[in-house]
Ligand binder design. Sequence first.
Ligand code: MF3
Ligand code: CO
Ligand code: CO
Length: 262
Amino acid sequence: MVARLTNEDEIGKMRNAGALAASVLEMIGEHVEVGVTTDKLNEVCHRFIVNELDCIPAPLNYSNGPGPAFPKSICTSVNHVVCHGIPSDRKTLKSGDCLNIDVTVIKDGFHGDTSKMFCVGKPSVLAQRLIRVTQECLYKGIEVVRAGARLGDIGHAIQQHAEANRFSVVREFCGHGIGRQFHDEPQVLHYGRANTGITLEEGMTFTIEPMINAGKRFVKILPDQWTVVTKDHKLSAQWEHTLLVTATGAEVLTRRSEESFA
Ligand code: MF3
Ligand code: CO
Ligand code: CO
């Protein structure tokens, strides 16, 4: 079943979960610096989520199939890691590194899921452009959301913008319905054709989370069965928001204070 909320109580809980997830990304920025390990970032986020927000970190022990459960509370995906990077005390950030931090919290039974890119020191010109274009892809996807639009309109807008900039769209992972469940229907592809797919309805809640590669779109999964990397080891970037479909547009449930949406 597609995630769809009909009563104000549930919508209020999704708004709250989204705002709390966003607050984790706002908190962690100042901790992203040269010499910090991704495990330290995990520890700081875990403590904040559990102790300050009184939430559950959804990734911790999450399993989605036969493989091992995810062992940490956030995903940290550095440079050529596309998504689902596992925080590690052996991964120390150095100047020029860029990483995605992906946070999902559960509050009162509802999920808020969001990620953003951070850089340490000065990123390369290519990294800066990839990160900017990927965020634009997310925003262009959000712009087409409204009741009556079709799911394929989102993927089309994202693919157009990525490929116009000579980047490629990862196809093996997608956005997802979200609510009481972490990963619900529908699958929100980041590529595709306009005027295809299900019609969006008021009250639907889902994520858009484009993964855009500097090189080719192909990926592989490391032996840990979680970490997804680009096959050509070129850079990848990702940004994610959780959205509520409204009659006239999208409410960005995981909006950060640095962002303004029309
Ligand atoms: N937060 C990721 C997403 O956007 C999912 C992470 S699953 C995990 O869907 F187990 F790796 F944490
Ligand atoms: Co997600
Ligand atoms: Co996420």
